[in-house]
Design a binder for this molecule. Structure first.
Ligand code: FMN
Length: 220
């Protein structure tokens, strides 16, 4: 697939077919995607692929904690979005909820949507990306580059992905069932599978700022 076409086509997929992704396909994607750049070629990423029984255990663990109203315990912290960032966050939620037919006051459907996230959007597999904490915050940049490269490589196999915090938000659950030790920072995860194009949320095409409002040209 042409690289520009792949960049344009990639979008977050939040509904999947049940069909499993062959291990060889996942291996091929990871082999090529780890050509992603990293600071000083440190390659700080550690990759844990989950499916089947382990994934079910993590889903269940997430749902139990969510159901009990337990606060997520993420070490990768994001601020409370304000101003334009909050506006973009809300715009995305409005777009997704409209597609899914979730009314603002419909608490049950909103909870249902949250649960889907904690179930990795019912994808057949997910990729958890972690790194040795000694690498420091800069390593998260490297893992970001890997994420996008995985997402693009996956398209070549007809697969969709969604980079997502939610699946690894209850870190003790993730650690318990994957064995990822405390000295590793769980940075992010990605769902991966064959897109269900009938799933309403997959019709999303999210907005972007025009480059004119975010770019400063100097000496050009
Ligand atoms: C670091 C990161 C964390 C994300 N976490 C979630 C998540 O928990 N749930 C979700 O539905 N989407 C999540 N996303 C997907 C974003 O919402 C999505 O990338 C953004 O809205 C742009 O849409 P697009 O990927 O379809 O282009 C995450 C994306 C990134 C990069």
């Amino acid at each position: 697939m042409d690289v520009i076409e792949a960049i344009k086509q990639r979008k977050s997929i939040r509904g999947y077919k049940a069909e499993a992704v062959p291990k060889e396909v996942l291996e091929e994607i990871l082999r090529v995607a780890t050509r992603a750049p990293s600071g000083m070629n440190t390659q700080p990423w550690e990759i844990t692929v989950i499916a089947g029984e382990v994934m079910e255990q993590i889903k269940m663990g997430n749902l139990v904690k969510f159901g009990a109203g337990e606060r997520p315990q993420r070490e990768v912290v994001r601020g409370q979005y304000e101003g334009i960032f909050r506006e973009r966050q809300v715009a995305l939620a409005v777009q997704l909820f409209q597609l899914m037919g979730i009314a603002r006051e419909d608490r049950e459907k909103r909870v249902d949507w949250m649960q889907r996230g904690f179930r990795f959007f019912d994808a057949p597999a997910a990729i958890i990306l972690s790194m040795d904490k000694s690498v420091g915050p800069g390593g998260q940049f490297d893992i970001g580059a890997l994420c996008q490269t995985i997402a693009l490589a996956a398209l070549n196999h007809g697969l969709g992905t969604c980079i997502m915090d939610q699946g690894v938000m209850y870190q003790d659950v993730t650690r318990k069932f994957t064995g990822i030790p405390e000295d590793r920072l769980i940075v992010i995860c990605m769902t991966i599978g064959y897109p269900d194009w009938d799933f309403p949320a997959n019709k999303i095409y999210s907005e972007r700022e025009p480059i004119e409002s975010i770019t400063t040209w100097l000496g050009v």
